[in-house]
Structure formats: structure tokens, C-alpha cells
Design a protein around this ligand. Structure first.
Ligand SMILES: Cc1cc2nc3c(=O)[nH]c(=O)nc-3n(C[C@H](O)[C@H](O)[C@H](O)COP(=O)(O)OP(=O)(O)OC[C@H]3O[C@@H](n4cnc5c(N)ncnc54)[C@H](O)[C@@H]3O)c2cc1C
Length: 462
């Protein structure tokens, strides 16, 4: 019997061969995949899509594919932006979309367990009905799955206050490539060897298929106050954030825009050429009041407070989804690239990336903001726009902009990814990032967990 016969026998209507469904699962939201689609060169249709309805379906799919030597590409909601999904004709896509919903919620332990395909906004709404929040709010909250958040090591807009996904995930259920199920324990912390959750946080579908995710929740904040301050330079704004984090204040949201992005989005609240910092303070009323005052003091030496309506305007559009596909349809090459660095190097990273991208003849604009701050450093989220003379040049210009950003970030001492992951777009820069020994460790881990290499080959590991 062929693999398709075996899958049909075992999974019945969860096996899908409809060409439209196969086409919809060929790739994620990577800008380069959209450019290739538009020039008529999409990845091949996969062999099949399995819409798993249960952990048992995931086990069956992996066991049958492993026996047949076919590789499997896990697919959450397809909002990944780094080419984590890009299929070949002999691959099976394993979609978690039907594995959706709440498994359990405890208001005492502040935990909620969801099936991995649950969309982010659906999971958050369920928690909010109980007066709680996950505290993870990526711009793509309505486009992404909770399993995808874990697989990509995602960050939400509230990360400065509430942490990134690795701080919020309490336990996982994962199906390993041989079909065994690993369930990590629901306890607040352990010292029982290395933390097994980290084999799957950021694994991009290469080490196992995540089937349930348990979050450590928070009560919805009792109070919330915004603050907006502008600075003469990006350096002044970064230094204010550094001092805020150093003193121990934890605004839920911290976003500092360079002059170009400030002009584009906040010119109503900021004189031209300055850089705006937005903050949101959340929590018990007394803490919010103290934090607002503490942060204001640290900003006032170099910054000027402006109307808090700037924060409201950001809140109103914070889940707006940019239509990159429409821009590439008119010949523009556009993408965003997030990197990070220690405080002592972040200014050099900004200067190096903007200078290097400006040497690309086709570049129209480059700008950045910082949106995830830590005691020891901060991220930068670059946006670039380029306009090649011909459509045939779009992929070359795209690749050139990425190469320059990766290499100049690394040369200035930064890290090449903050929260979108590696996928295919950053894969070949991994030796620079992890070192030869680091890449070797990653390969050994992959081989130990997936000796036949059936899970999402071609991603992350060069
Ligand atoms: C407009 C827009 C805004 C975005 N904003 C943010 C943001 O604010 N913060 C952020 O972090 N990201 C953001 N992203 C990126 C994207 O939403 C995240 O990477 C998200 O976590 C991907 O989830 P997904 O369910 O869509 O995963 P998919 O795109 O389906 O998959 C991503 C990767 O994870 C693997 N995978 C998916 N599900 C599983 C599973 N259950 N088990 C094992 N592997 C799996 C896939 O094989 C693939 O390699 C944004 C994307 C867009 C398009």
C-alpha cells in the first residue's frame, strides 16, 4: 500500500488531497515566498495535508510517514515570516488547525491549557472571560496559533512587562518523530536537569509536534496608564529605556521609534526629527502610579512629555496587518527584520545596519523601532523598502538587504533574530550566530530526536 492509502485508512476525512487546500499550505507568510508566487514560481504542492483532530492523529501521521520515509511539515496558522513552511512535492503537511480549544483552566493556579492549533485571539478571549490574560499579544494574535508561538519562540507587544513566550509557557505536550508523547510536568519550576521545554521552544517544527500548550496566566490589570515622551535622538531615548529597566521598573509596553518612523506614525504628537517613546503601565493602581512617576523622572532630563493620545493611537492600530503582498505586487521589496543587542552595542547595530542598507542602490527607505526591552539590552525592528528596476530583480535585492542586515548586525555585536525565528531566511547565518560548535550541538540534538530527519527538513539548521 502507498503512504496515501495508509493515511486514508487510518485518518479517513482528516486526510485532505483537495488541490486548493494543498496550495494554501505550500508556504507561510514569508515575503520571499510571496515574491516567488507573484513571479509564478511557488513551492511545489505537498503530497497531502493531514488536518489532525487529536494527539492520536499526530502520532499516527508521524509513524506512517516515518515508516514510508516521507517528511512532515507542521503547520499552525501559517503566519510565520521566515520561511518555516515551504513544501516539497513528496512532503505531508500536518495542520493543527482542527486541534483548537480550551482543555482546562484553573483560576487558583492561574493556568490554562489549549490545544496547539487554537488561534491566539481565541485563547486570549477565553482567558479574559475568566478575568485573566495570557499576557502574550503579538501583532499577529488573530493570525497565529498557540503552538506556532512556542515553535517560533515568539514575543508579544507586552513582553517588557510580562515576558516572552518562554516566560509564559508552563508545560507542553509534544509528539516526537517516532510517535511517542512527551508531557512536561505542570510545576512552577524544577531543577531536574535541563529544561525539556526548551527543546521545542524555537524548534520550528524540527524536533516534535506540539499538541498542547499550558500558559501561566495573570489577572487582567486593575489599572492601565499610557505615557508618551519625545527625544532629540534615538540614543537619548534608548538611554532612557536602559535607565528605566536598570532601576527595576517594568512598563508592560516600551516602544521607541526612530525619527523616520515617528514622522510616519506620530507626527501629530511630536516635532519633526525627534524620536517618540510610548509606554504602557499596567497592574494594581498603586504600582501603576508609582511606575508612571518613576519612569517620568528618568525621562525628563533628555525627553519632553507629549499627549498620551499618541499611545491610544498606537493601541488602536496595533493589530493592523500590513499588506506586504500588495506592495510586492506593485514591484516593491518590503520586509521587517528584528535583531537584538546589549545596551553597549545597540547604537552601533542601528548605525551599521542603516549604513549598509543605504548602500543598496535600489533602497527607498530604512527605519527601525525598539519594542522589547531588558535589563541588559533591547531589540531593534527594522523595516526596509526597495524598488528594483525589474520584477526579475526582486529576489536578488531582497536577499541582498537581508544579507547586509544579518552581517552588519553580527559584525556590530548584535544577535541576528529577536522573535521571528530562523526558518530559511536566516538559516545560512546560523554558523555566525551560534559558532561551529553551537551548530554541531543543534545538529546532534536534531539527530537524537529525529534520526530519520522526517520533521521539517531544510529549516533552521544549515
Ligand atoms: C502581520 C504579522 C505580524 C506578526 N507579528 C508578530 C509579533 O508581534 N511577534 C511575533 O513573535 N511574531 C509575529 N509574527 C510572526 C508569526 O505570527 C509568528 O512567528 C507566529 O508565532 C507563528 O505562528 P503560526 O501558528 O502562524 O505558525 P506557522 O506559520 O504555521 O509555523 C511557524 C513555524 O512553526 C512550526 N509549527 C507551527 N505549529 C507547530 C506545532 N504545533 N508544533 C511544531 N511546530 C509547529 C512550523 O513548522 C513553522 O516552522 C507576525 C506575522 C505577521 C504576518
Amino acid at each position: 500500500m502507498s503512504l496515501l492509502d495508509d493515511l486514508r485508512d487510518a485518518l479517513d476525512d482528516r486526510l485532505c488531497l483537495d488541490p486548493d487546500v494543498l496550495d494554501a499550505h505550500r508556504h507561510d507568510a514569508w515575503a520571499l515566498s510571496q515574491i516567488r508566487d507573484q513571479r509564478g514560481d511557488p513551492p511545489p504542492r505537498p503530497l497531502a495535508v493531514v488536518a489532525a483532530a487529536s494527539t492520536a492523529d499526530v502520532q499516527t501521521t508521524l509513524r506512517l510517514c516515518r515508516r514510508a520515509g516521507a517528511s512532515v511539515v507542521p503547520f499552525g496558522a501559517g503566519s510565520g515570516v521566515v520561511g518555516g513552511v515551504s513544501t516539497a512535492a513528496d512532503q505531508v503537511v500536518l495542520s493543527t488547525a482542527k486541534m483548537s480549544g480550551l482543555v482546562s483552566l484553573s483560576t487558583e493556579d492561574l493556568t490554562a491549557t489549549f490545544l496547539a492549533g487554537t488561534r491566539g485571539d481565541v485563547a486570549e478571549a477565553i482567558c479574559q472571560e475568566a478575568g485573566l490574560t495570557i499576557g502574550h499579544w503579538p501583532q499577529s494574535i488573530a493570525l497565529s496559533s498557540v503552538g506556532g508561538w512556542v515553535a517560533t519562540r515568539a514575543s508579544g507587544q507586552l513582553s517588557t512587562g510580562y515576558g516572552n513566550i518562554e516566560d509564559i509557557v508552563l508545560d507542553l505536550e509534544v509528539v516526537l518523530p517516532d510517535g511517542q508523547v512527551l508531557t512536561t510536568k505542570r510545576i512552577p519550576r524544577a531543577a531536574a536537569g535541563p529544561d525539556l521545554r526548551h527543546l521545542f521552544l524555537g524548534s520550528e517544527g524540527t524536533t516534535g509536534v506540539i499538541t498542547t500548550v499550558t500558559f501561566s496566566l495573570r489577572p487582567l490589570p486593575a489599572a492601565s496608564r499610557g505615557a508618551a515622551i519625545h527625544f532629540a535622538t534615538l540614543t537619548d531615548g534608548l538611554d532612557a529605556i536602559r535607565r528605566i529597566l536598570r532601576e527595576g521598573w517594568r512598563p508592560t509596553v516600551v516602544r521607541l521609534y526612530d525619527a523616520a518612523e515617528t514622522r510616519r506614525q506620530f507626527d501629530a504628537w511630536c516635532p519633526d526629527g525627534r524620536c517618540i517613546l510610548l509606554m504602557l503601565h499596567e497592574g494594581p493602581a498603586g504600582l501603576v502610579e508609582a511606575q508612571e512617576a518613576g519612569c517620568a523622572v528618568l525621562c525628563q532630563t533628555t525627553g519632553t512629555a507629549t499627549d498620551v493620545a499618541a499611545v491610544d493611537s498606537w493601541l488602536a492600530v496595533r493589530n493592523h496587518v500590513p499588506t506586504l503582498g500588495q506592495l510586492s505586487a506593485i514591484g516593491l521589496v518590503v520586509d521587517t527584520i528584528e535583531v537584538s543587542a546589549a545596551w553597549s552595542r545597540i547604537g552601533a547595530v542601528y548605525d551599521a545596519v542603516t549604513a549598509s542598507l543605504s548602500e543598496v542602490p535600489e533602497l527607498v527607505a530604512v527605519s527601525a523601532h525598539a519594542s522589547h526591552a531588558y535589563r541588559s539590552g533591547v531589540n531593534l525592528y527594522f523595516t526596509f523598502v526597495a524598488q528594483p528596476a525589474a520584477r526579475a530583480e526582486m529576489e536578488r535585492v531582497y536577499t541582498e538587504c537581508w544579507r547586509r542586515t544579518m552581517e552588519s548586525t553580527a559584525a556590530a555585536g548584535g544577535g541576528i533574530s529577536h522573535h521571528h525565528g530562523i526558518g530559511r531566511v536566516r538559516r545560512d547565518f546560523m554558523p555566525q550566530e551560534l559558532g561551529a560548535v553551537g551548530v554541531d550541538v543543534l545538529r546532534r540534538l536534531k539527530t537524537a530526536l529525529d534520526p530519520d530527519g522526517i520533521l521539517n527538513p531544510g529549516v533552521m539548521i544549515p
